[in-house]
Design a protein around this ligand. Structure first.
Ligand code: UDP
Length: 403
C-alpha cells in the first residue's frame, strides 16, 4: 500500500511532520529526477524506493529513472565501484569509451526537463555531459571513498567538476581537490517499508518456513549482496570459530543487483568455502530478493553481523539496529557513524577474526547484554536514521538549489 507522510506521525511526532509539510511548501510543483542504475538490490534502490514516493506525497514532482547498460557496461562500472573503494583498475581507453557510450545512448531517450537532477553513484555520472545545462545537477555518491584509486579518481573528476553539488555520506569521504560544493547527508531507512515494518510472529514463522530456515538454534545473520567487500567468505571462517564454542546457525542472505555482474561468482566462491556446513544445514545461503524475508530474518536473529571490508554507510546495519538487534560490524566506512562500540552495537577491526568470533559468542551467551545493546541501537536509529530525516535533508538541499 502506498504510504504517505501522515503515516509516520506515530513514529516521529506531529512537529516533525508539520515541519516537513512547511519546508515542502516552497517546493510545490518543482520537479526533480533521480537517476541510478538498479531498481532493487543494494542501498541506493532501497533509499529511492522510500524517498521518491514521499517526495511526491509532499508536493515535489519527483521522478526516478534507471540507466540501462549492457553487461559490458556493468562489468566496467563494477570495476570502477571496486576501484573507488581502493582496488587497482586497468583504465583502458575501451573501458572509458564503453562507460561514456552507455551514458550517451541513455541520454537519447531519457528526456530531462526537471528543475533539478540527482545522479546516484558512478554509473550515470557522465550523463551530465550530454544535456544542455538548464538546471542544477547533483551527484550523490554512496560508496566508501576513504581510499579511492587515484587514476580512476582523476578520470572521474572530469565529470564530477561539471556538477553543482556533490553529496557524500561521511566527512571522511570529502573529495580532495574538487572545487565543487560538497554536502554530507547520511542515508536512512523507512520504518514502514515491508523490510522494516513490524511483523506478526505468525508472518515471521511463515517466511522462515517458506525459505527452510529452522529456528531450533540461535540464528546469526548477514544480509548483503554477495560481494568481496562484504566479505561473506571470512564470515564463514568466523562462524566455524563461533560454532566450536556455542551451537548456532549462520544465514547469509544476498540477492543479486542488476548492476552487479560479479555477485554470482563471489556467491559460488562463498558456497565452496561453506561446502560441508551447507550440507549439515549449519550455514544457509539465500539469494531470493524478498523484503519480508529480510525483515523476518533480521527479527529472528540473535546477532546480526556486517563483516564488510568497505562500506559506504551500511543500511543493513541500520535495519538490524532499528529492529533492536545487537549488530557486530567492521570498523569501516560509514558503520562507525551508526555504531558506538559497546553502546549501540560492537565494532571490530575488519581483519580481527577472533574479535568477531568472541563478540558473537558473548552476545549469544549473554541475552541480557544483547537486549540492552539492541534497545539502545533501536532508540538511536529512530532518532538519527529514519527516512523522514532524509526527506528533510533533501528538501533543504532543494530549497537552496531551486526554491
Ligand atoms: N538487501 C536485500 N536483500 C538482499 C541483500 C541486501 O534486500 O539479499 C538490501 C538490504 O536490506 C539493504 C540494502 O539491500 O537495504 C543494502 O544496502 P547497504 O547500504 O547495506 O549496502 P550496499 O548494497 O548498498 O553496498
Amino acid at each position: 500500500m502506498r504510504r504517505s507522510l501522515n503515516d509516520y506521525r506515530t513514529i516521529v511526532g506531529d512537529n516533525v511532520i508539520g515541519g516537513i509539510y512547511k519546508k515542502a511548501r516552497r517546493l510545490h510543483g518543482k520537479s526533480v529526477v533521480h537517476v541510478n542504475s538498479t531498481y532493487y538490490g543494494g542501498g541506493v534502490a532501497e533509499i529511492l524506493s522510500a524517498l521518491v514516493p514521499l517526495m511526491n506525497d509532499v508536493g515535489v514532482v519527483a521522478g526516478w529513472r534507471m540507466l540501462r547498460g549492457t553487461p559490458d557496461f556493468f562489468d566496467i562500472t563494477k570495476k570502477f565501484h571496486n576501484a573507488l573503494q581502493g582496488d587497482p583498475v586497468n583504465l583502458s581507453d575501451i573501458k572509458k569509451k564503453l562507460y561514456v557510450q552507455a551514458n550517451e545512448d541513455f541520454s537519447t531517450y531519457c528526456h530531462i526537463s526537471h528543475d533539478c537532477v540527482i545522479v546516484h553513484d558512478p554509473q550515470p555520472l557522465p550523463m551530465i555531459q550530454f544535456y544542455p545545462r538548464r538546471q542544477p545537477w547533483v551527484w550523490r555518491i554512496h560508496i566508501d571513498l576513504s581510499n579511492p584509486n587515484k587514476e580512476l579518481y582523476e578520470y572521474l573528476k572530469g565529470f564530477i567538476l561539471k556538477y553543482d553539488i556533490v553529496i557524500i555520506s561521511s566527512e571522511e569521504y570529502r573529495l580532495p581537490d574538487v572545487p565543487v560544493e560538497q554536502h554530507v547527508i547520511q542515508p536512512a531507512i523507512d520504518p514502514l517499508s515491508p523490510k522494516n515494518m513490524m511483523l506478526a510472529p505468525r508472518t515471521i514463522a511463515k517466511y522462515l518456513k517458506k525459505f527452510d530456515i529452522p529456528t531450533d538454534k540461535p540464528i546469526v545473520t548477514q544480509i548483503s549482496r554477495f560481494d568481496k567487500f562484504k566479505d561473506q567468505e571470512q564470515l564463514i571462517d568466523i562462524y566455524r570459530m563461533v560454532k566450536q564454542q556455542i551451537d548456532c546457525r549462520l544465514v547469509l542472505c544476498g540477492s543479486n543487483a542488476l548492476d552487479d555482474p560479479e555477485s554470482q561468482q563471489y556467491y559460488e566462491r562463498t558456497k565452496r568455502r561453506a561446502n560441508n556446513l551447507i550440507k549439515t544445514g549449519d550455514v544457509i545461503m539465500i539469494t531470493s530478493e524478498n523484503n519480508i524475508l529480510v525483515n523476518a530474518l533480521q527479527r529472528s536473529s540473535s546477532v546480526i553481523v556486517q563483516k564488510s571490508l568497505r562500506e559506504g554507510f551500511g543500511l543493513t546495519v541500520t535495519e538490524g539496529m532499528l529492529k533492536g538487534k545487537p549488530v557486530v560490524a567492521s570498523r569501516v566506512g560509514g558503520i562507525p557513524l551508526q555504531i558506538t562500540d559497546g553502546e549501540t552495537g560492537f565494532l571490530v577491526e575488519p581483519d580481527d577474526m577472533e574479535g568477531f568470533a568472541r563478540t558473537i559468542v558473548s552476545l549469544l551467551r549473554d541475552k541480557e547484554l544483547a537486549r540492552t545493546i539492541g534497545g539502545k541501537a533501536s532508540e538511536y536509529t529512530k532518532h538519527k536514521f529514519l527516512i523522514t530525516r532524509l526527506l528533510v535533508d533533501y528538501l533543504d538541499l532543494l530549497r537552496d538549489l531551486i526554491a
